[in-house]
Design a protein around this ligand. Structure first.
Ligand code: FAD
Length: 391
């Protein structure tokens, strides 16, 4: 067992950490106030990330990505997690699922996305289909023309689609049929690459979210959108399996950003507990303040070990859905507890916009919801424990 980072991993942490401090953090207040990242700023951050070799670090080297393994990308995400999502997402990663692109799709979608010329978003969730994503109503009906054309006609609505307002195309999941399963009739899902300027596609800004100002959710409305069969990603009816192949990576991303953010919050809280005086001594001398600090540090270490272990297992090809679910569940819930306790330690100042604590507290809340709620992670973990026992 080896817990030390290699020299290369240490260099990754230093490089990304410096990028966060010098290129992202200075803009955090402005993004928060505007609830937006001005396009010029977004462009400049992306350019700097590309120049620093940080862009698309999750993608294989032979297609122009950073070629980092799962432990490497987890360390990158951990450092990026120290700032808000609106800024960190400008540096980070295109959807891994794009690696399923074949033939012409690689030139139109995968490669320009890795180069930072095009931007993707992922559209799965619908107003009526969240955790139960297979119950989606968005449908793609295949039509074969007498001229030999092979087209899908897409209709439906997606919501909560992150950064669709900054994207050029979406990975859209739609029902293309049904199958009988032990739990009744279920949709067969297929993935499509949909350019957002295709006739019949409308992108609307969604409600304002309490977490991660400047990182917007959108509605995507599809009305008789005609997609040549070449826009299908992977095989028909295999979209759900395709999603499943990459879901572990996105859950590790949530876990990694959660531990990065928790680390920063803990550091700020330690400084405050050491400096803020009441009753003529630093508040950190009161056990009521210091014991929660011990709990915060312990939970953070545990979350980090669980997350890095899952990433290490991914590199060995042995990571299970349970490993990723445990990391996501524990790290996101630990972040929630740590930010809440941090705010308590700051007292009234913790609630004031003048300090970043209330922001971290608000931002932490979404981590327990997106990429599968805590309940869904518990469901995955408990099923993996009970299924072998026949329960
Ligand atoms: C800010 C934000 C950004 C997002 N970005 C994207 C995106 O880019 N693309 C995308 O496709 N989606 C995105 N999502 C959607 C996100 O993945 C869903 O919100 C999430 O999966 C939960 O679905 P839901 O909100 O419909 O909640 P619901 O599924 O309605 O759940 C409501 C409650 O019921 C519980 N519940 C549901 N089923 C069960 C069960 N079987 N057992 C126990 N409890 C259960 C849930 O845990 C939750 O507490 C985003 C969401 C948010 C908030």
């Amino acid at each position: 067992m080896e817990f030390e980072l290699t020299d290369e991993q240490r260099m990754i942490v230093e490089t990304v950490g410096k990028f966060v401090r010098t290129e992202l953090d200075p803009h955090a207040d402005e993004v928060e106030k505007l609830d937006d990242v001005p396009p010029e700023l977004a462009r400049s951050i992306r350019e700097k990330a590309i120049a620093a070799g940080l862009y698309a670090a999750n993608m294989p080297e032979d297609i122009g990505g950073g070629g980092l393994d799962a432990v490497g990308i987890t360390l990158v995400e951990r450092e990026l997690g120290k700032t808000g999502f609106a800024l960190q997402m400008l540096v980070a990663r295109p959807s891994n699922i794009l690696q399923a692109c074949e033939g012409e799709q690689r030139d139109r979608y995968l490669l320009p996305t890795v180069r930072g010329e095009r931007h993707d978003c992922l559209a799965m969730t619908e107003p009526g289909a969240g955790s139960d994503v297979r119950s989606m109503r968005t449908r793609a009906v295949r039509e074969s023309g007498s001229d030999g054309s092979d087209t899908y006609v897409l209709n439906g609505t997606k919501h909560f689609i992150s950064h669709a307002d900054m994207a050029d195309f979406a990975l859209v999941f739609a029902a293309t049929g049904t199958e009988e399963t032990a739990r009744g009739t279920k949709n067969l899902i297929t993935a499509f690459l949909v350019d957002l300027d295709t006739p019949g596609v409308e992108v609307r800004r969604g409600s304002q979210c309490v977490s991660h100002r400047g990182y917007h959710q959108c509605e995507l409305i599809f009305t008789d959108v005609r997609l040549p069969a070449g826009q299908r990603l992977g095989e028909e009816g295999r979209g759900f399996a395709l999603m499943g192949e990459w879901l572990g990576a996105s859950r590790l991303q949530v876990a990694a950003t959660s531990i990065g953010r928790a680390r920063r919050v803990l550091d700020l809280t330690l400084d405050w507990a050491a400096e803020r005086e009441q009753f003529a001594q630093p508040i950190g001398r009161f056990q009521g303040v210091s014991f929660p600090l011990a709990d915060m540090a312990t939970e953070l270490e545990a979350a980090e070990l669980l997350t890095l272990r899952a990433a290490w297992k991914q590199d060995q090809g042995t990571m299970t859905d349970r490993d990723a679910a445990m990391a996501k569940l524990y790290a996101s819930e630990a972040l929630g507890r740590i930010t809440d306790q941090a705010l308590q330690t700051f007292g009234g100042m913790g609630l004031m916009a003048e300090l970043p604590i209330e922001r971290y507290w608000r931002d932490a809340r979404v981590e327990r919801i997106w990429d599968g709620t805590s309940e869904i992670q518990r469901h995955i973990i408990s099923r993996s424990l009970l299924r072998p026992l026949g329960a």
